[in-house]
Design a binder for this molecule. Sequence first.
Ligand SMILES: *[C@@H]1O[C@H](CO)[C@@H](O)[C@H](O)[C@H]1NC(C)=O
Ligand SMILES: *[C@@H]1O[C@H](CO)[C@@H](O)[C@H](O)[C@H]1NC(C)=O
Ligand SMILES: *[C@@H]1O[C@H](CO)[C@@H](O)[C@H](O)[C@H]1NC(C)=O
Ligand SMILES: *[C@@H]1O[C@H](CO)[C@@H](O)[C@H](O)[C@H]1NC(C)=O
Ligand SMILES: *[C@@H]1O[C@H](CO)[C@@H](O)[C@H](O)[C@H]1NC(C)=O
Ligand SMILES: *[C@@H]1O[C@H](CO)[C@@H](O)[C@H](O)[C@H]1NC(C)=O
Ligand SMILES: *[C@@H]1O[C@H](CO)[C@@H](O)[C@H](O)[C@H]1NC(C)=O
Length: 478
Amino acid sequence: MLLWVLLLILGLLSRQAAIAKKSVVEPRPSWTPILEGEAVTLICHGVGPLKEERAWWYKNQQLRGILSTIIQTNHPGEYRCQTQGSTLSDPVNLVFSSDPLILQTPYSVFEGDTLVLRCRGKNTGTVSHMTYYKDKRKLRDLITDFDKFLSLSQVGLNDSSKYQCTRVVSSAWSTWRETSKNVAIQVQELFSPPELKTTTSEPIEGTPVNLSCETQLSPQRLDTKLYFSFTRDGMVITSSGKNSHVLQIPTIQTKDSGSYRCEAKAVTQNILKQSNYVKISVKIPVSQPFFNLSAFRAQASVGDVVEFHCKVLRGSFPIQYQFYHENTILENKIALSGDAVSFNLTMTVGHSGNYFCKANNSFSYQLSKNLTLSISGRSSTPNPYRVSSISDLQEPVYSNPSSQKELMPIYGNVNPVAENVVYSEVTSKEYGKEANNTKKLPEIEDSPVIYAEVKQKHQPRDSKKTNAADRRQDVAEN
Ligand SMILES: *[C@@H]1O[C@H](CO)[C@@H](O)[C@H](O)[C@H]1NC(C)=O
Ligand SMILES: *[C@@H]1O[C@H](CO)[C@@H](O)[C@H](O)[C@H]1NC(C)=O
Ligand SMILES: *[C@@H]1O[C@H](CO)[C@@H](O)[C@H](O)[C@H]1NC(C)=O
Ligand SMILES: *[C@@H]1O[C@H](CO)[C@@H](O)[C@H](O)[C@H]1NC(C)=O
Ligand SMILES: *[C@@H]1O[C@H](CO)[C@@H](O)[C@H](O)[C@H]1NC(C)=O
Ligand SMILES: *[C@@H]1O[C@H](CO)[C@@H](O)[C@H](O)[C@H]1NC(C)=O
Ligand SMILES: *[C@@H]1O[C@H](CO)[C@@H](O)[C@H](O)[C@H]1NC(C)=O
C-alpha cells in the first residue's frame, strides 16, 4: 500500500514535469465496436526519450495498476494510460457488441483520411451478399465474402453521416438476412480554416507590416505538415512551397494596398483551405503644402479680393487644410480628394502680416512656408505685381499635431521698408536678386499707384534642418 502511494506521488511529480506531452493509448485492432468475446490489445505510447516498459493504467477514472505498456482486455470501459515521461492520455472507449452483425469503424476519422468500414457478423455461414448504406442510401454492393471492407478515400467533412451494412448468409439449412445498427461517423477537421491577421490594416507608408495565416491543427494530428501561401487581389505573392505562416513586409508601399487572403494546405492529405479577406490600405503622410496667392494680381488694395491656394502633392485623403493669418485660422477646409483648396479674402489694412497654410490628415501634418503681405493705400490703378508660389519640395516628414506651440505671433516683420521686402515676382530660387530693383517703390509717396508688399521671410538653412529633425524626433517619441 505504501509503495502504491509513493508511486502515485512520483507519478504526479512527473506529470507536472512533462509539459503537455500526452501519452497515447493505441487499441489493436483499431476498430470499434468489438465483437463480444474478442480481446483487444492496448498499447501505451509515451513521448519521452525513455523506452518505457511500465505505465499507469486507468479504467473509468480509476487507477487499475502499474502494468506493462502493453495490456490485453475484453472488458468495455474508458481506458487511459500514463508513462513516467508523459502526461495522462486521452481516453479510448472500448465498446463490445453482442449484435449478430456489426459495422466496425475507426476510432477517429479526419478529413483527407481513407475511411475503411468493415461489416462483421458472429454467425458462420456463406455470405452471398453484403451491402453498405450511407444515410439509408445504398453505397455499395459486395458480392463475395472475401471482399468485405468498404473503403472511401479522401473523405471530407460532408462525409459525416450515418452508415449501415446488411448481409445475406446461408447455412446448410437456411438463408437469412442480417442488418447492423446505424452508426454515426463524424469526420473531424484536420486543421481549422485559416484566419488572416494583420498587425494593422491601415499601415503608414514605409512602415513594417506582418500578415499571419493562423490555423490550429487537431491535437491528434499535430505532425501534419502545412504549407502557406498569400495572395493580393488574386495574385500569388508567396507560393505554397513556404511553411512559414507569416508574411513579412519590411517597408510597405502604396502599391501593396489591396485585398489579401491566405491559403493553408496539407499536402499529403491534399486539403486546401482559404482564409477570409483582409483589406489593407497604405496611408501616406502629407507632404509640405504649396501656398500661393494666385488671384492677387492687378488690384491689391484695401477692398480687393485675394485668392489663397494651398495644396499638397502627396498625402492620404481626407486632408484638412487650414489657412492662417499670423496665428489665427482664417479658413478651414476638408478635401476628400483632388486638387488645391482655395478661398477668397477681401483685404483690409488689418490683413497685413504673415500667411501660411497647414495640411493634415489623421496621422501627420505639415506647414507651408510663410508669405508676408502688406496692404496699404486705396486706389484702382492696376498694379503689375503679384505673388507666385514658393516651390520648395520636401520629403514628407512625420509630424506631431500637438507640437503647435512653436507657432508664436511675430509682428516685427510687417514694416513696409524692411530690407527683405519684395515687390515683384518672387521665387525661392531667385530670392534676393530682384530685391534691389524694387526697393525704391515705397518712396513714390504720392503716387496713385497702390502696391502690395510681399516678403518671403528668409530662413537660415540650419535652423530649418533643426526644425525638421525636431519633428522626426517627436514621431520617434510617440
Ligand atoms: C464534399 O466536400 C468536398 C470538399 O470538401 C466537395 O468537393 C464535394 O463536392 C462535397 N460533396 C458533397 C456531396 O457536397
Ligand atoms: C513581424 O514578425 C517578426 C518575426 O516574427 C517580428 O520580429 C517583427 O517584430 C514583426 N513586426 C511587426 C510589425 O509586428
Ligand atoms: C497657385 O496654385 C494654384 C494651385 O496649385 C495654381 O493653379 C496657380 O496657378 C498658382 N498660382 C500662381 C500664381 O503660381
Ligand atoms: C510664419 O508666421 C507665423 C505667424 O507670424 C510665425 O509664428 C512663424 O514663426 C513663421 N514661420 C516661419 C517659418 O517663419
Ligand atoms: C474667388 O474669386 C474668384 C474670382 O471672383 C472666383 O473665380 C473663385 O471661384 C473664388 N474662389 C472661391 C474659393 O470662392
Ligand atoms: C487634422 O488634425 C486635427 C487635430 O489633430 C484633427 O482633429 C483632424 O481630424 C485632422 N483632420 C483629418 C482630416 O484627419
Ligand atoms: C543690391 O544692392 C546692393 C547695394 O545697394 C549691392 O551691393 C548688391 O550688389 C545688389 N545686389 C544685386 C543682386 O543687384
